[in-house]
Structures are given as structure tokens and as C-alpha cells.
Ligand binder design. Structure first.
Ligand SMILES: Nc1ncnc2c1ncn2[C@@H]1O[C@H](COP(=O)(O)OP(=O)(O)O)[C@@H](O)[C@H]1O
Ligand SMILES: [Mg+2]
Length: 229
């Protein structure tokens, strides 16, 4: 469904993502775990077209994304929830979600988004900046889902969010995956969340995938060792 091959990303002369190869199947959730500064955000921003890739290929449903602009990638079915969420704090919840509708025909927020995130319906007219961290994360996910993606990229979604809300987020994301057959790539430093949500776990170190395991047979201690400083 989504295939990344020999994929490298550089800032000027400095290459920080090196020759990544990965595949994500339909309805599969893949977690990329790694410590701070290992290249997770660079890879994610590159996959959505905010940072250009240096070389390689990223194909969604056999369509090459390399070189496409962000909005063209969204049109082809990729959606992105950035690290830090980046919702518009002076716009209302409803207006925030509507910014995700630019590539689809609908002008109104689809009701199923409010069914998935009831709190957003309650808070429809509140300003984004007045929501809690967990609510803002739901808003950022709802905005991303408004473009009806096949592939959702989530960059460190648990950052700054309470443990109980993190567990709820994992449940909601799996429910969305089951309901609409969404594929998800999530980058994380929190191993418990990655183990909770993922079907497969990749470890990134210094911009390279150094380890890969299926969730069901994952050696948790080994992965934890990669994440400890
Ligand atoms: N805009 C940038 N320009 C130059 N180097 C950057 C930039 N953003 C990140 N880096 C460097 O790239 C490496 C990977 O960073 P990043 O992708 O943010 O890692 P992570 O998300 O895993 O914490 C780090 O060494 C970081 O300093
Ligand atoms: Mg990051």
C-alpha cells in the first residue's frame, strides 16, 4: 500500500535520514520509535512534502510521491498530524477542522468525525487555543481525517499528554483504522503507547532503521534499550 525505498533526507549538506526502507500495509499501524534527534520528525515532514527528500522513492498505492508538493500528497491520500499539533488557536474547533476539507468536495465537517470525537462536537464553537492538550490532539487528528486519507502520519502524538488520555487516543486510532481501513505511521518516544497501538515496530537511530519487529512477538526489553539514553 505504502512503500518507502532507499529514502534519504538532508538539510543542505547534512543528511539526517539515511536510506530508509519500509512498507505499510492497508489497515496496518506501524510505529517508528527512537530517541530525540534521531530523525523521526524529519522523516515524517519529508513524507508529507514539507522537507524535500534527497533521494529514493515513496509510493502510495503505486503513485510516486517524490517531488510532489504537500497539498498534492494530501490529494493523493496522505494526511499529517505534526509534532506539537499546530492547531490554529484563534480559530474555533469547527473552523480548524474545516481547514482539512480543502482537498475534498464537502464544505461541511462530516458528522462521523464528531461521532469519533464527541468532545469536539461539544466544543465546536470554542477557540482551539482554549482546549486541553488531549483535546487539541483530537482536533489535529480530526482535521487530518477530514481529507479522507488512506495513510495518516502522526508525529509524536503523545508529547505533553496525560497517560489516561494517551490510552484513549490509542483506542480511538485503532477504532478509526478498523472502521475506515486507514493505514497509520506513528513516530514515538513512548514505548508503552507504541506497543499499545502498533502492529509492527521499527526502531530509528541516527536516521537509520536499525531494528524491526512484529508487535505480537516484539522483544520489549530490546526495544526499550534502544530508547534509553
Ligand atoms: N531544520 C533543520 N535544519 C537542520 N538540521 C535539522 C533541522 N531539523 C532537525 N535537524 C537535525 O536533524 C536531526 C533529526 O532531528 P529530528 O528529525 O527533529 O529528530 P526527532 O524528531 O527524532 O527528535 C537532528 O540532529 C536535528 O538537529
Ligand atoms: Mg520529533
Amino acid at each position: 500500500m505504502f512503500t518507502v525505498s532507499d529514502y534519504s533526507v538532508a538539510y543542505g549538506q547534512s543528511e539526517v535520514v539515511h536510506n530508509i526502507n519500509m512498507e505499510v500495509g492497508k489497515s496496518e499501524i506501524v510505529a517508528i520509535v527512537g530517541r530525540n534527534g534521531m530523525g523521526k520528525t524529519t522523516l515524517m515532514r519529508s513524507l508529507i512534502g514539507m522537507v524535500p527528500a534527497k533521494s529514493g522513492s515513496a509510493k502510495l498505492n503505486n503513485t510516486e510521491l517524490f517531488g510532489l508538493k504537500s497539498h498534492e500528497r494530501v490529494e493523493r491520500g496522505v494526511a499529517f498530524v505534526p509534532q506539537g499539533r499546530m492547531i490554529f488557536s484563534t480559530m474555533t474547533v469547527k473552523e480548524n477542522i474545516e481547514t482539512g476539507l480543502t482537498t475534498v468536495k464537502e464544505k461541511k465537517v462530516p458528522e462521523n468525525l464528531y461521532t469519533l470525537f464527541p468532545v469536539l462536537k461539544e466544543m465546536k464553537s470554542r477557540r482551539g487555543g482554549n482546549l486541553s492538550g488531549g483535546q487539541q490532539q483530537q482536533l489535529a487528528i480530526a482535521r487530518a481525517l477530514a481529507s479522507k486519507p488512506d495513510l495518516l502520519l502522526l508525529d509524536e502524538p503523545t508529547e505533553g499528554i496525560q497517560p489516561s488520555i494517551i490510552r484513549e487516543m490509542a483506542r480511538t486510532l485503532k477504532k478509526i483504522r478498523d472502521e475506515i481501513g486507514l493505514s497509520i505511521i506513528v513516530s514515538e518516544q513512548v514505548l508503552s503507547f507504541a506497543l499499545d497501538i502498533a502492529d509492527r515496530i521499527l526502531v530509528i537511530e541516527k536516521g537509520k532503521i536499525v531494528h524491526e519487529e512484529l508487535r505480537e512477538s516484539a522483544n520489549e526489553e530490546k526495544i526499550a534499550a534502544y530508547l534509553s539514553v
